[in-house]
Design a protein around this ligand. Structure first.
Ligand code: ADP
Length: 328
């Protein structure tokens, strides 16, 4: 079969996520296997605009599958929002003969890729790389599983100290627009409740449940709050509860950026490797380009970039019921 591409570029863009390196490795090694030239583009779209692009060999990606972060670095690039910025980027790729692009990032990065692929004759493939899992068209995103595992191991430790002191801990996890990390880590650690941006929280009900537990002498409780919940994070939730339960012993813990780092989990390495391979196959065949490749029901799933940027994954409200029943 004749390949539709001969030289491809790969970049990581937007928020970093563990497993991005595994995806880069898969793109580079698959490309080389099929006889393509593969170029690494530094700092997302910034490197495209500034011509910070270099030829990658098989050994360029040695010893990175187990590393968090991204060897290509990532950035947010204002210039790429403007047509002139994208044109500059195109000219740099064209000069190098790059005729296919793999973008590993979140929905913002795909918005950029979608515009770029519409304006110019360089097909793009998006691979979902975000710890938030807030993208439709895939059951997993690269980095989500690792972030949840990191949150779970941190919350387990918090539970030990909460138990020693009979305390209520309010733990903030990442997720400005998405409650998935809160949901999965909350279920996984037996949290009393989760507060997430997707649903309004009845704080009176939260307090009633805590008071009822107090009566039963169930004094160790964990609330997991996504940073983008309606109150504005764990500190604000703590204030709201303290106002209603002045005697409660409440501590707040904000997990922060540790959720982005660390060695990718087996699931993230597997998805990243599979998707990186699929991205190159797609560019070579040229039939499903300008799509985001995800995994749905363990099968590869192709979502046109213009749809991928519109939809987000919703959370079934039944999960909230499950959290409460299991913590009662
Ligand atoms: P993520 O990919 O993690 O959602 P961002 O939303 O910050 O991260 O997007 C990453 C980069 O993608 C931006 O800094 C910008 O360069 C590019 N981008 C995002 N949205 C657009 C857009 N509407 N048009 C062009 N480029 C965009």
């Amino acid at each position: 079969m004749e390949s539709k591409v001969s030289k491809i570029g790969v970049l990581t863009s937007g928020g970093d996520a563990p497993g991005m390196n595994a995806a880069i490795r898969a793109v580079v090694r698959t490309g080389i296997y099929y006889g393509l030239d593969v170029f690494g583009i530094m700092r997302g779209y910034t490197g495209m605009i500034e011509n910070d692009i270099f030829r990658m060999e098989s050994k360029s990606v040695a010893n990175i599958i187990q590393r968090g972060g991204t060897i290509l670095k990532t950035a947010r690039c204002k210039e790429f929002f403007e047509p002139e910025g994208r044109k500059k980027a195109y000219e740099n790729l064209k000069r190098l003969g790059i005729n296919g692009l793999v973008v590993i990032g979140g929905d913002g990065s795909f918005r950029g890729a979608q515009k770029f692929s519409t304006e110019f004759d360089i097909p793009c493939i998006g691979l979902p790389g975000t710890i938030d899992k807030d993208m439709a068209g895939t059951d997993f995103t690269i980095g989500f599983d690792t972030a949840v595992n990191t949150a779970i191991s941190a919350i387990d430790k918090i539970r030990d100290t909460a138990d020693a002191h009979d305390r209520l801990f309010i733990i903030e996890v990442m997720g400005r627009d998405s409650g998935y990390i809160a949901l999965h880590s909350g279920i996984g650690t037996g949290a009393e409740n989760i507060l997430i941006p997707e649903y309004k929280t009845n704080i009176e009900e939260v307090v009633e449940r805590l008071q009822e537990k107090e009566k039963r002498k169930k004094l160790v409780n964990l609330l997991v709050v996504a940073e983008g919940d309606e109150f504005g994070g764990a500190n604000e939730v703590a204030k709201a509860i303290k106002a209603r339960m002045p005697n409660a012993d409440i501590k707040v813990c904000i997990l922060g950026h540790i959720q982005r780092g660390g060695a990718p989990s087996s699931i993230d390495r597997l998805i990243a490797s599979r998707l990186g391979y699929a991205a190159v196959e797609c560019l070579i065949k040229g039939d499903k380009v300008n799509t985001m490749i995800g995994v749905v029901n363990n099968h590869l799933h192709y979502t046109p970039l213009n749809e991928a940027v519109k939809e987000t994954q919703t959370i079934d409200p039944e999960w909230l019921k499950i959290v409460k029943i299991l913590a009662s």
